[in-house]
Design a protein. Structure first.
Length: 386
């Protein structure tokens, strides 16, 4: 007998979490999955990548040196060594004042978001997500279950609607996913509002998953204290990554922190084998956590370039959203046309506002030089402002 809402045959065909995750385009950062034909290789390293929200400066020199000095271990699994998965877990736990059994790794945060579906999505109406967000958990659910997750539209101001989300939570709700700051809008929720939401609703029955992929890019004074919520035993799952602020997107190291019982559920249902993280990623992540000055420097550089972008967008009369991240959502008349006309300038973007915001383009924030090239390019496009 088939379990309610679960297509076992389809699930078996798709295979494990990581195998299924690979069928979801990692370039779908933002609101929607892209058609595979829309994802084309850039062709050379001279292209300006304004679509994946990467750290354009790369990792710190300390991290690069550590990776180079440990290349002799690529023939070994990342265990039983000073740079091991266990060492990284201990370091994350110590920094945040939690226990080791409250940490789980993933092949980037992407794998963890897929774990959420397998653990919490089998029951109809089990998962609630914003309709416009980093769409991995919901997209994965759509592929392996007969039923759809609940999607909540953003507010008129394009914020995650916590009030409507609260009203939609039922006894069947096992997981509420919140990306904060949200992708693709770049907007973050007021800290007190998110903390209050979690205190009311992060119960034994319902896990509140908070995707903090960009939290290091927020001003420290504005960040919600999600770690304190966890220490107070609220059922929150805090998802973070080394891909963005730390500049390690190519090494695929993500992690989550939660209550021991929540982490145990994820481990039981995902069979992660330490998140499939390789030695270079472990070495880089451990070293990066000790190099906090670098992240602070990057955040300040990003603010400077973002301010430059805001100034130029105002001059052009283009509407944009204030961002707490290393990307900005900009309203244009024709996103597809903008994408095509940027190609001759060596600039790559992808449509990323999703079906609810089809005239909005999410633009990653590169170096100042890269953004000057971007503005020189769009200033030649009279149709943008006519």
């Amino acid at each position: 007998m088939k379990a309610t809402g679960f297509n076992r045959r389809k699930f078996l065909q798709l295979g494990s979490t990581l195998a299924v995750a690979s069928t979801i385009s990692p370039i779908s950062y933002g609101a929607t999955l892209l058609d595979k034909n829309d994802v084309k290789p850039l062709g050379n390293d001279e292209n300006i990548r304004l679509f994946s929200n990467e750290n354009p400066y790369g990792p710190s020199q300390k991290v690069l040196d550590a990776i180079t000095n440990n290349t002799n271990r690529v023939n070994r699994y990342a265990s039983f060594h000073s740079y091991s998965t266990d060492t990284l877990k201990e370091k994350i736990a110590k920094i945040n004042g939690i226990a080791k059994d409250q940490v789980i790794f993933g092949h980037g945060s992407f794998e963890i978001l897929c774990m959420l579906t397998r653990t919490f999505g089998q029951q109809r109406d089990g998962i609630i997500v914003p309709a416009t967000t980093f769409n991995v958990t919901a997209a994965f659910a759509d592929r392996i279950f007969d039923h759809k997750v609940k999607r909540i539209l953003l507010t008129d101001g394009m914020d995650i609607d916590l009030e409507t989300t609260k009203k939609e939570i039922t006894k069947n709700t096992k997981l509420v996913y919140i990306c904060n700051p949200n992708n693709p809008t770049g907007k973050s929720l007021p800290a007190a509002k998110l903390e209050s939401f979690c205190k009311e609703l992060a119960t034994t029955n319902c896990t509140i998953a908070i995707d903090e992929a960009y939290v290091e890019l927020m001003e420290p004074s504005r960040r919600p204290d999600t770690i304190e919520l966890l220490k107070q035993k609220y059922n929150v799952l805090i998802i973070r990554t080394f891909s963005k602020a730390f500049g390690l997107a190519g090494l695929r190291v993500g992690y989550a922190m939660g209550l021991p019982e929540t982490i145990a559920k994820l481990n039981h249902d995902s069979y992660t084998f330490s998140g499939l993280i390789g030695n270079p990623g472990i070495v880089a992540a451990i070293t990066a956590l000790d190099d906090t000055d670098y992240v602070d420097e990057y955040r300040k550089k990003n603010v400077e370039v973002r301010t430059y972008m805001e100034s130029n967008l105002k001059k052009m009369g283009l509407k944009y959203l204030k961002s707490d991240t290393n990307f900005m959502l900009i309203e244009v008349k024709d996103v597809k046309r903008l994408k095509e006309e940027l190609v001759p300038f060596g600039i790559a973007i992808f449509p990323s506002g999703g079906k609810h915001y089809p005239t909005w383009a999410r633009i990653s924030i590169g170096t100042l030089q890269e953004m000057k090239i971007f503005f020189n390019a769009i200033n030649t496009m009279n149709w943008l402002t006519s």
